[in-house]
Every structure is written in C-alpha cells, then in structure tokens.
Ligand binder design. Structure first.
Ligand SMILES: NC(=O)c1ccc[n+]([C@@H]2O[C@H](COP(=O)([O-])OP(=O)(O)OC[C@H]3O[C@@H](n4cnc5c(N)ncnc54)[C@H](OP(=O)(O)O)[C@@H]3O)[C@@H](O)[C@H]2O)c1
Length: 345
C-alpha cells in the first residue's frame, strides 16, 4: 500500500523523521509492503509546499537546512498549514509545530482538519493531547482513523502503547518519574559543584535548553508531560496550570551539598496518583535516596515507574547518552513507530 504523507511543521523533529523514513524505506517495503511519498510540507518561516504526486524531500531538507523557502517545490499556491493539509491528498498527517501549553493551538486545528479529511494524525506535540485528547480520539474513531502521540512523553520510548497494549484492563494507581532532561542535567552538574548559571549555559550550548530556559527550569515542560499521561491514561483532563509546577530555581549549592553528604540527591520529580477517584499530580524538586529508581538517573537520563493493581512497579528508563538524549532522533523514532503500527494493521 502506498501512503501520502503531510508534514505540518518541518523543524528538528520532522526533518529527523523524514530522514529516518528515507533510511527505513527498503525495510518498510520488504516487511510490510508499504511505500510512501511526501505530498505536503508546512513551516512557520520557510514557506509551504504541496505536490500530490510527491515532493522532492531531499531538496526540501536542503532548502530548509540552508534557510531557504520550500515554495519553489510546490505545484499549488498554498499559503497556510490548513491549505497544505487540504490539498496534500495525504493519508497520514504528522503534526510537529511548536507546542502551545495554554491552548494547544494551532496544532489542534491542524489535527481536526486532517482527521475530518480522513487522514490518520500523528504528533510529538503535547498541546493537542492535553487540550484535545478526548475530542480528537472520538473524531478519529468516527472516521475509522487513528490519533497517535507516542513521542510526546519520554522522547521515542514506548510509554502510551505499553500501557495501552501490554496492560489490558490493568488499573493504573500511580506513576512517578523524571520527564525533563534539561533540569536533570542541571541538577547533576550542580552535584559536581558547577553553579546553576553555568549548568544552564552548558544546556544551552548543547542545544537542550532554549535561550529562555523558563519552560524547563520552572517545571512547565515536565508539567505538560504529566498532564498528557493523566489525560490519556486516566481519561481525565488536567492542565499544567492546575498542577502549579515548582521548578528548580530554588535549589541552592548548599542544599545540593547537604543532600550529597546524606547520600541523597535532588530530582525534579513528576508524579500522579489516583486517590478515591481523584487525581493528585505534582511537579517539584524532591530529595531522593538510593532506594529510589530515580536516584541513578543522572544527566540526560529520564524515566517513569507505573504502579498498577496487577503489576506493582513497571519502569521505563532511557539511559544517559552523551549529547542530546531524548532529542530529535529519538522523538522522530516515536513518530515513526506510530506510523509503522498504523500501517501494518
Ligand atoms: N525536539 C525534541 O526533542 C522534542 C521532543 C518531544 C516533543 N517535541 C515536540 O515536537 C514539536 C516539534 O519540535 P521541534 O524540536 O521540531 O521544533 P522546531 O525545530 O522549532 O520546529 C518547529 C517547526 O514548526 C514550524 N512552525 C512554526 N509555526 C508553525 C505553524 N503555525 N504551522 C506550521 N508549522 C509551524 C517551524 O517553521 P520555521 O522553522 O520555518 O519557523 C518548524 O518547521 C514540538 O511540539 C515539540 O514540543 C520535540
């Protein structure tokens, strides 16, 4: 079967996805008899392109990576993402525009439009999951299509699919983890006597923290990931504002040194628990000791432990890696895995 693909957002993640799909092209054909072409691409500042017969993806990558516009590749005069979706004749739309934690827009509208046109929708963007999970899932079901978002939490490590497929009818009681690599790197480096400011600069220099690191250090990125898990796994909507995350700015070198002398360390702990039918969720720096699975997660390592009524503690951990753990390649793999799991059905 041949699939037309639309890429809404063509940044680090979507370009990594395109390269991964190109790399796995022969394997997809051999194992699942699946072929694909890219028929629509949409960006913020690098233009829009549609060709239902297939865009030159190598050229699109080259153009965007050299700061140029992709419009010359287009056979349609498209000026916005919704027109790209509409004219692309895609079977699958990948939504990877920047996250909007407050409203989930414009990604919500992109996914609604794609599902309404009979496409599957796959995203690494947490916004539409937190702000539209129930609606988009219902819409997808009504169209006989899928809405998938494996990469939104823990990069490309299977999290939602594990809970959905490997734990049928298990009741989730709680989860606890480290979801934000930047703050974990900062806290790890502060243990080695680097100042908070130096550690933030380091994260910016390797590309894991943005120029304004607020989203990470004040706990908002971690909080929206907690919300995505709560929203999907308990089918209960929760917004980052309701969590009121506490970030790591208040952790001083003195606190870190004292913790170290007691063989403990600070981690930005993300947790949620169902108590008498109510969800209690939090993001805050906490002291953990060596009995905690979070204790050994250093630098860019992230992970989560789920507690269910049947299997007590089930952990997923991404080990620390030099460079960008949970970065675009891993995230792109989560999108790719969603794609393969949809098309092989
Ligand atoms: N990076 C990661 O490791 C990671 C991990 C998990 C989840 N995610 C999520 O994945 C998504 C993409 O991340 P990224 O790292 O690829 O970001 P990025 O490099 O900033 O790319 C964002 C892309 O979206 C485009 N864009 C901006 N506004 C748009 C709009 N209104 N409509 C359509 N496209 C628009 C940008 O175009 P221009 O560049 O031309 O402005 C760019 O192509 C985000 O939602 C992010 O939270 C990322």
């Amino acid at each position: 079967m041949h699939y037309n693909l639309a890429l809404i957002g063509f940044g680090n993640v979507a370009r990594s996805l395109a390269k991964l799909l190109i790399r796995k092209r022969d394997l997809l054909k051999a194992k699942h008899d699946v072929t694909f072409s890219f028929t629509g691409i949409s960006t913020g500042r690098h233009g829009f392109a549609v060709n239902p017969n297939g865009l030159d993806i190598e050229k699109a990558l080259e153009l965007v990576e050299s700061g140029k516009d992709i419009f010359p590749l287009s056979t349609f005069n498209v000026q916005d993402s919704l027109s790209v979706i509409q004219h692309s004749q895609a079977n699958i739309m990948f939504e990877n525009s920047p996250v909007n934690t407050q409203t989930g827009q414009p990604a919500l509208d992109h996914i609604r439009a794609a599902l309404n046109l009979g496409m599957h929708a796959i995203t690494a963007n947490k916004g539409p999951v937190v702000h539209g999970y129930r609606e988009l899932t219902k819409l997808a079901e009504s169209k006989g299509k899928k809405f998938r978002f494996e990469s939104t939490v823990l990069g490309g490590a299977p999290t939602f699919s594990v809970m959905r497929e490997a734990f049928p009818l298990a009741e989730l009681e709680s989860f606890k983890g480290i979801f934000n690599a930047t703050t974990n790197i900062i806290l790890s480096r502060m243990e080695n006597e680097e100042s908070y400011e130096e550690a933030v600069k380091y994260c910016q220099s390797i590309g894991v923290a943005e120029t304004d690191p607020t989203n990470d250090v004040d706990g908002w990125d971690a909080a929206i990931k907690v919300c995505a898990l709560v929203t999907v796994l308990w089918d209960t909507s929760l917004t980052p504002q309701e969590i009121k995350p506490i970030g790591i700015r208040g952790i001083t070198p003195e606190m870190i040194a004292k913790a170290k002398s007691e063989n403990k360390r600070y981690k930005l702990v993300c947790s949620a628990e169902k108590v008498n039918g109510k969800i209690i969720a939090s993001v805050s720096p906490q002291l953990v000791d060596s009995t905690s699975p979070l204790f050994g997660m250093m630098n860019s390592s992230t992970g989560v432990t789920f507690r269910t009524d049947v299997i007590l503690d089930y952990s997923i951990a991404l080990s620390e890696k030099p460079g960008l753990q949970g970065g675009p390649v891993e995230t792109a793999y989560g999108l790719f895995a969603d794609f393969v799991n949809i098309v092989k059905q």
